[in-house]
Design a protein around this ligand. Structure first.
Ligand SMILES: CC(C)(COP(=O)(O)OP(=O)(O)OC[C@H]1O[C@@H](n2cnc3c(N)ncnc32)[C@H](O)[C@@H]1OP(=O)(O)O)[C@@H](O)C(=O)NCCC(=O)NCCS
Length: 163
């Protein structure tokens, strides 16, 4: 009986067949824009090849995770303790993100309720070969809820800042 031996893919052969290159995928056509002056810069991060999807662009779920973290920065100041993301009200991927882009996350509170804080997040990319030119790649609205030790909604204390 003949048994065909098929070599296991190695790390390098796997990589050579996986499109992780940043510069052969969706064309970059968006014009550069000005950064927002009414929002706070809360996070900067550079995506790596491990964050790619099958197209070779950055996986949307990775972007969502970064937006969730970035969105929580300003609410944390009002919540003073545990909080949980209760809703992603809106999420728009306006442009693809690439490996090596420098991503800047800007956030602004749009609503402070009894137990929740809603935030608008905008993400701008400086492309790998075009630093200092900003392209808006994502915008989103998320709501975070202050929670107690039992995970139940907790009232946000009213201060000068939250009224
Ligand atoms: C967050 C959680 C405690 C809220 O409990 P709940 O019983 O839904 O709470 P409530 O209905 O009393 O709503 C609490 C606040 O959330 C807001 N909220 C609830 N559902 C919402 C929705 N779909 N969209 C926007 N806001 C919402 C309410 O308006 C309220 O805000 P306010 O008090 O400022 O007006 C609960 O839903 C939960 O544990 N969810 C899982 C959280 C999680 O695992 N997140 C992912 C990891 S962080």
């Amino acid at each position: 009986m003949f048994t065909q031996i098929v070599p296991m893919p190695t790390e390098s052969s796997h990589h050579s067949s996986t499109p992780t290159s940043t510069h052969t995928t969706t064309p970059l056509t968006a014009p550069a824009v000005a950064l927002p002056i009414d929002k706070e810069l809360v996070l900067k991060v550079i995506p790596m090849p491990a964050d790619c999807n099958a197209n070779g662009d950055i996986f949307g779920g990775w972007v969502m995770a970064q937006v969730d973290l970035a969105g929580s920065v300003v609410p944390a100041r009002y919540v003073s303790g545990r909080m949980a993301t209760v809703a992603v009200n809106q999420f728009i991927f306006k442009q693809a993100v690439r490996v090596g882009d420098i991503l800047s996350f800007f956030a602004e509170i749009t609503r402070i309720g009894n137990t929740s804080v809603t935030v608008q997040v905008e993400v701008y990319a400086e492309r790998y070969h075009s630093q200092k030119n900003y392209v808006k790649v994502t915008e989103a609205s998320l709501t975070y809820v202050a929670i107690d030790d039992m995970g139940r909604p907790r009232k946000i204390e009213k201060t000068q800042d939250t009224m």
